[in-house]
Design a protein around this ligand. Sequence first.
Ligand SMILES: Nc1ncnc2c1ncn2[C@@H]1O[C@H](COP(=O)(O)OP(=O)(O)O)[C@@H](O)[C@H]1O
Ligand SMILES: C=C(OP(=O)(O)O)C(=O)O
Ligand SMILES: [K+]
Ligand SMILES: [Mg+2]
Length: 566
Amino acid sequence: MAAASESVLLRFGNEVAKQPTLFSGPMKSRFLGVPVTSGAISWAGRKRQVDSRLRLAGVRAVAEAARVQSLSGQEPNFGMAIDTVAEEVLRGEGFSGMRKTKLVCTIGPACCSLLELERLAAGGMNVARLNMCHNSRDWHRDVIAKIKKLNEQKGFSVSVMIDTEGSQIHVVDHGAPSSLKAEEGSVWVFTSQKFEGSRPFTVRANFEGFSQGIMVGDELVIDGGMASFVVVEKMGDDLRCKCTDPGLLLPRAKMSFWRNGKLSYHGIDFIAVSFVSDADSIKQLKNYLSTSSSKSVKVLAKVETLESLQNLEEIVEASDGIMVARGDLGVEVPIEQIPTVQEEITRICRQLNKPVIIASQLLESMIEYPTPTRAEVADVTEVVRQYADALMLSGESAIGSNGQKAVSVLKMVSSRMELWTREEHQQASALYSYKKLGASLADRIAEAICNSAVEMANNLGVDAIFVYTKHGEMASLLSRNRPNPPIFAFTNDRSVRMGLNLQWGVIPVLVDNLSEDMEANVLKTTQLLKTKGMVKRGCSVLVVSDIFSTSATPNAFQSIKMITIS
Ligand SMILES: Nc1ncnc2c1ncn2[C@@H]1O[C@H](COP(=O)(O)OP(=O)(O)O)[C@@H](O)[C@H]1O
Ligand SMILES: C=C(OP(=O)(O)O)C(=O)O
Ligand SMILES: [K+]
Ligand SMILES: [Mg+2]
């Protein structure tokens, strides 16, 4: 039988950028609540709906003639890596079984053996968090090695996050009116003692406890890499430091400490920075990382102080994601404000397209007891309803006796709430999301395309969205719209894959090669997924790409395309 699929290509040119908001006016609600169907889609009818809607929205969409395309008979001579847990769910339950909310587990003594880590990974852990406040650097290094081993040998895709106090930023001043040069090998004293004017080779820190917890061998970085030192001696609260990377010390420079600096960031996907107070510390860390060998590491800001709430938007903008660290936040703000603060941070993160993790005490009682309290289940449910990207366990997994069970509770509770918002409250939630989002990001073309792609996907009831993305940007813009179908993000960049593990509804897939020829990408990946039993005939997929389509049209185009697996 001729394996055929109907497809339509919608292309968007630069004119999208000139349009104001995409989804405004009364038309939008007419198309919400189109029943979820799989397989055969009455394409002609839907196409008319979609076209008229896009025109109404002011987007000039050029629908090419529907073409018959065969997806069979392609060479699966093409490598692909997809998380083995996702693969299993796909085989068993299909696209609708994919959980959207991501899970972060803190690793501690209760779960640091290879076997226990494997159980957490198999249970659905997407990101392993290592809190650098506890245990030795060898212990952390060993855990990271085990996670890498599981990823490589067992096909998991668990990202590594280190959570650190190490980058707390202090202001230092040498007292001289202009900048001083620190020469390589020169030795300086960093002190919190107050003195007038300047002293040779002496720098004052603005904070008395600045050297607390700092050890000989730690790295001290000035202004995000302007100059670097290594701590050679601790003298009471003062530090003697040798310059390892010469540079200028400006008056009132920013200083941060790094333990195990460049070395330890090997194999790390995220750094969560504790007690962030403004965007500067995040910018400096990102700046520092960009000059090191850890360019692709994503920097997350932990919102856990009053100051960070006051500077929230700039912090969100500067960072690659946010952790709502409710533990310390609950000490800084009255606890009755935590729920609303959490909702507001989550909303801002989504608006600015940054992933957000909700952390601390989600299932606190499970540290000791095998079942959660009803209140804890309600709390987790609320986080999922607010569409946070990820849920985080702390002591529940790190020291608790029911870590695996806690993961499965998070999984069950989030899957339940996701299903509920998807099926029973589809219309209400979709309205909520479109109303709140609007066009607000710098790349308005990509944003507009992803907004319309998700609206199409929901209205057409497709089974999945496939996005081909080099930097992960389009995948995250799709995720931002919290679509009903799961988003498969095909990328050829390992660090993009690991970074996307934190994003709501995204299943990152690493492929050998992304061709400039989108048709070829779609054919290859679809064929391979089919061969592996992960997609079935009749599934409908909305394909989105920031890579170019066919050889006939120039590279600058982005496209949305609808296919049915044959
Ligand atoms: N690497 C570790 N080694 C030992 N204990 C740990 C480790 N990580 C976390 N823990 C334990 O789990 C608890 C909860 O973790 P977390 O919330 O990250 O830290 P904290 O309570 O210090 O803010 C910690 O108080 C600590 O007792
Ligand atoms: C996650 C948090 O940070 P930490 O566990 O490092 O205190 C928190 O305060 O909620
Ligand atoms: K910490
Ligand atoms: Mg904290």
